[in-house]
Write a protein that binds this ligand. Structure first.
Ligand code: ATP
Ligand code: MG
Length: 721
């Protein structure tokens, strides 16, 4: 019997969901139900084909997407969903590597280094090699290492063409050595080690490729080379693979993603069944048309148009503001008004921008208006000093070899362990083939053995720290993550340290600690590795909290896969979107275009696009040009300040003016200074300025809602009150 849930699919979706075993590719535009197809296929495989959940692997782009998918599947399948493997490539690989650790040059309690610590380690390596970090900037070297790993290259695979290659090779080699010594892996390692494990130890590959009878991958256009190869290995036995994606939405090439994996897939699985979906269930037609206009110049050619049965919807509002502050004011006022009029709930809104820094004026305006909001972004929380400190303590407790963490916190709060003592500690450890952390554990047990190596004060400080570490190390495997965290906070007297002399000012730091305690509290005893893994692999999107009924602020990159009833995209000016840097690399401009396409297609019902006349640089303002992408949206889909509307009106008016003696107005003048007027969006205002330009009236109106605006009353639909 056909499962009930197939009713919630259109014929093309159903075809994909119920397709026979074998390779399957779903290519389709945003909002067409790709993620739904993937989710329902899992349910179908279990309910109708009789697959065991244990044998199914679904790969998502973020942890949040994984949780969401699991939640949906629980709704469809009940308890069966618990045994499914759903997660990101990174999380999946971490699990495999821990399980197979005895075959690998690190142990099962390896830590995952966060992006900051990775860079810090590269910097240290560059210093230790006596290289000039201005000539070889750590950020750049780290990127090159990351690229090499994502292309599947070991240090020895780096060619020796020139001096720079040699340096890269040296840095990469030592970086990798240090990681292993610290029993730590970086993000790329998780993927890379797994791929090597599969290739070098066929019996391991055999095990996993037999376990996962079905593999399903969402957001396939943003997989990188190593991820693609992993998928191929994992499906080598059964070849039951479903990938879903949209080339027009690939926006992570700067992180090594390669949409050509879609083309590789078609080549590597020539027998793949291909399903195209064309109906969009998310957005109204005006929004879809705007999106299609933006992507048209480079659209993936073998796809047809998107359509919706949801109707035209409201027009897209385009708004020109003087500067970023006025833009933020427009956003916040519009939201406040729509909420006050009962047209929307606060949680219906999302405000998107190209770069993180653009959130600042918006946050200021929300704060001024006294309206709560939520800023999406992992850095804001996980980048805080107090969070990084405490996580370093916890990582060290889990993996005492983690030297980057040890060095971060050995003097937090200050313990007077000096640079000389630390360097001796390292030398002795090296000599004994131990990590510095493990040596500390020894010192704690028998300090007298080291009486000749360290001064008595140094030895006392080291032994005291070693004793605490010993206790934490035990707790790491027996207590809950929260108990461990609280013990650490207590042992090192972290609260008085963080509150310091300015308890009021530093209160927010302590609030962050409380937030971390809340996160830790969600994990049971013995789940420290899960907790650490989750926080190491956190992405911006994982901080989107749907349960709060407040507007969210997020970058266009973080908006991938999400949807919101009402979307604002701000800062649509040249240099911001497209970003100035995009001119530097080939294909950069196309990726910016796709980024806006992704943003627009997040909107279900209403879309607001804003740009500014002035742009704030570093301490100065410069004139801004509306984004070229904005100009590509047909003006008739919009109301407000479409940049071409002004120009069109201008050229129409000027050809008309040729027949009329200047400066006689083409129309009867109807507005005067002092008149009360009403604007369809901004409500009531007072005319404070009036002039005639090329035969058309231009008025300055002081609106109660948004302040001063200069506009063409006819285009704007201004009415006399
Ligand atoms: P994106 O490319 O942005 O990731 P997508 O193709 O994955 O989008 P989904 O997120 O799966 O699209 O679906 C978009 C919206 O449409 C969701 O709210 C989903 O529940 C809804 N939807 C999809 N298919 C149907 C359907 N057949 N009937 C009703 N609603 C649907
Ligand atoms: Mg999706």
């Amino acid at each position: 019997m056909e499962p009930e849930f197939l009713k919630h699919l259109n014929p093309a979706q159903r075809e994909a969901v119920t397709a026979p075993a074998g390779p399957l590719l779903v290519l389709a535009g945003p909002g067409s139900g790709k993620t739904r197809v993937l989710t329902y296929r899992i349910a179908y495989l279990i309910q109708s084909v009789g697959m065991k959940p244990y044998n199914i692997l679904a790969v998502t782009f973020t942890n949040k997407a994984a949780r969401e998918m699991k939640r949906r599947l629980e709704g469809l399948l009940g308890d069966d969903a618990a045994r499914l493997s759903v997660g990101t490539f990174h999380a999946l690989c971490a699990r495999i590597l821990r399980r197979e650790a005895e075959r690998l040059p690190f142990s099962a309690n390896f830590t995952i280094m966060d992006a900051d610590d990775q860079k810090r380690l590269v910097r240290q390596v560059i210093r230790d090699l006596n290289l000039d970090d201005r000539r070889f900037p750590p950020g750049k070297m780290h990127n090159m290492i990351s690229n090499a790993k994502n292309e599947g290259r070991l240090p020895q695979d780096i060619p020796d063409y020139d001096f720079r290659d040699k340096i890269l090779k040296e840095v990469y080699t030592l970086y990798q050595k240090r990681l292993l010594e610290a029993n730590a892996l970086d993000f790329d390692d998780l993927l890379f080690w797994t791929l090597r494990l599969f290739d070098e130890q066929p019996e391991v590959l055999e095990k996993y490729s037999r376990r996962y009878r079905y593999v399903l991958v969402d957001e396939f256009q943003d997989t990188n080379m190593v991820q693609y190869e992993l998928t191929r290995r994992l499906t080598s036995h059964y070849r039951n693979i479903l990938v879903v994606g949209d080339i027009d939405q690939s926006i992570y090439s700067w992180r090594g993603a390669d949409y050509r994996n879609v083309l590789r897939f078609e080549k590597d699985y020539p027998d793949a069944k291909i399903v195209l979906l064309e109906q969009n269930y998310r957005s109204v037609q005006n929004i879809l048309d705007a999106a299609m206009a933006v992507i048209a110049p480079q659209q993936d050619k073998h796809r047809k148009k998107l359509f919706t049965k949801r109707g035209r919807g409201e027009k897209i509002v385009v708004h020109e503001a003087e500067n970023e502050e006025a833009e933020a004011l427009f956003v916040v006022r519009t939201i406040a008004e729509m909420v006050a009029r009962g047209e929307a709930r606060p949680g219906d809104f999302a405000i998107m921008y190209r770069t993180n820094a653009q959130s600042r004026p918006l946050e200021t305006e929300f704060l001024r208006a006294g309206l709560p909001y939520r800023l999406v972004g992992a850095q804001r929380f996980y980048g805080r000093r107090e969070i990084k400190d405490l996580l370093a303590f916890m990582r060290l407790a889990y993996n005492p070899a983690d030297e980057v963490s040890l060095m971060r916190i050995i003097n937090v709060p200050p313990r007077r362990i000096g640079a000389r003592t630390l360097s001796t500690l390292r030398d002795v450890a090296n000599h004994a083939s131990l990590s510095a952390g493990h040596l500390l554990l020894h010192i704690a047990e028998s300090p007298n053995d080291y009486a000749e190596v360290f001064s008595s004060t140094a030895l006392r400080a080291l032994a005291a720290f070693g004793l605490m570490l010993k206790h934490w190390y035990e707790l790491a495997f027996t207590a809950s993550p929260l108990d461990l965290l609280d013990t650490i906070i207590e042992d090192v007297r972290y609260k008085p340290y963080i509150l310091g002399d300015e308890p009021i000012e530093n209160e927010s730091r302590w609030e962050n600690v409380e937030e971390l305690r809340r996160l830790a509290a969600e994990y049971p005893e013995g789940a420290l590795n899960e907790f650490l893994e989750e926080v190491a692999l956190v992405s911006d999107q994982d901080t989107v909290d749907d349960s709060e009924n407040v507007p969210v602020l997020l970058t266009l990159h973080a908006s991938k896969g999400l949807e919101f009833p009402i979307v604002f995209i701000v800062g649509l000016v040249e240099g911001v979107l497209p970003h100035a840097r995009s001119a530097e690399d080939p294909g950069g401009l196309d990726e910016e275009r796709r980024l806006l396409y992704v943003g627009i297609t997040r909107a279900k019902d209403r879309l607001f696009l804003t740009y500014t006349r002035w742009r704030t640089g570093f301490g100065y303002e410069e004139p801004a040009e509306p984004s070229r992408f904005l100009e590509e949206i047909p003006p008739e889909l919009t109301v407000g300040d479409h940049p071409l509307k002004g120009a069109e009106a201008f050229s129409a008016a000027s050809s008309f003016a040729r027949w009329e003696p200047e400066p006689a107005p083409a129309h009867k003048l109807s507005f005067k200074v002092g008149m009360h007027v009403r604007h369809p969006l901004w409500g009531t205002g007072l005319i404070v300025g009036h002039r005639v330009r090329d035969g058309r009236e231009i008025v300055d109106v002081l609106f109660d809602s948004v302040g001063l605006k200069r506009l063409d009353p006819e285009t704007a639909g201004l009415e006399i009150e």
